[in-house]
Design a protein around this ligand. Structure first.
Ligand code: NAG
Ligand code: NAG
Ligand code: NAG
Length: 231
């Protein structure tokens, strides 16, 4: 009797915890990748031979200020990726959200990102709205053009200081909030790998990324004065 009650209670508890996780996140992080660094990270042949020379989307992640973060929140078949939901967005997605890996299609990346991340903000953003927002924020930020305006040009040998890069990003439409920068150490070179900007849970306002609490990413070193944005 007692043990039956406990089992029942545990099941109830487990399912309610699951529902809460699936339903909630605190803010969004938009991760933009610099394709030329991506190709340096992956072995030759693993990335597409022709890659974009602008920042592309890695993902738009509903997340929490401290771990754990919500992930893979689909609860019913209807929550999974539907090709029809992005029919009208294909051009924008192919441009801004390509899969840089040679062995995979763009669609495979979108499916993966939707199922792992997009499903966690499903109550606020349905699938087409989620992808539309990701494209529109990326387009609006126009980071490479803002970089060019302040003389930060991707280059084979030139380097830039972290502070100059961060300041340039703050000149974009994010209006002075702190971005998160991820670098990749390639022998003696520090390469800019990703720029991440943070937004509130409604994608209405930019907020500073909680950089100090990030785990599992190699952030660009605070004192780094020689970051390359390779071509
Ligand atoms: C994320 O944060 C929300 C709101 O604080 C919380 O309800 C949810 O359980 C958290 N997600 C995970 C996976 O811990
Ligand atoms: C998705 O959300 C958008 C914006 O809220 C809305 O206009 C659209 O009708 C929704 N699409 C579906 C299939 O529910
Ligand atoms: C992050 O850490 C640095 C040094 O450890 C500190 O100066 C800075 O204020 C911190 N930033 C935030 C947002 O907590």
């Amino acid at each position: 009797m007692n043990s039956l009650f406990i089992v029942f209670h545990v099941i109830l508890l487990a399912s309610s915890v699951h529902l809460t996780n699936a339903a909630s996140y605190e803010y969004f992080k938009l991760a933009l990748v610099w394709p030329a660094t991506f190709t340096r990270i992956h072995a030759s042949g693993m990335t597409k031979p022709k890659i974009p020379n602008y920042f592309t989307i890695h993902g738009l992640w509903p997340t929490n200020f401290s771990s754990p973060w919500p992930q893979s929140c689909a609860e019913k078949p209807a929550d999974y990726f539907k090709r029809s939901s992005i029919d009208t967005l294909q051009n924008g997605l192919n441009h801004y959200w390509p899969n840089l890996k040679s062995a995979e299609t763009n669609m495979e990346l979108w499916i993966e990102e939707w199922e792992k991340h997009g499903t966690c903000s499903l109550q606020k953003f349905n699938q087409s709205e989620y992808f539309r927002q990701a494209i529109s924020i990326t387009e609006f930020l126009d980071i490479l053009v803002v970089f060019k305006n302040v003389g930060i040009i991707p280059h084979r040998t030139k380097t830039y200081s972290l502070i100059d890069i961060v300041n340039a990003i703050k000149e974009t439409k994010t209006r002075q909030v702190e971005p998160e920068l991820v670098c990749f150490q390639d022998r003696s070179d520090v390469l800019l790998r990703e720029i991440r900007v943070c937004l509130d849970a409604n994608l209405a306002e930019y907020i500073s990324c909680p950089i100090n609490r990030s785990k599992g990413v190699i952030l660009c070193k605070t004192k780094s004065n020689a970051i390359k944005i390779p071509v």
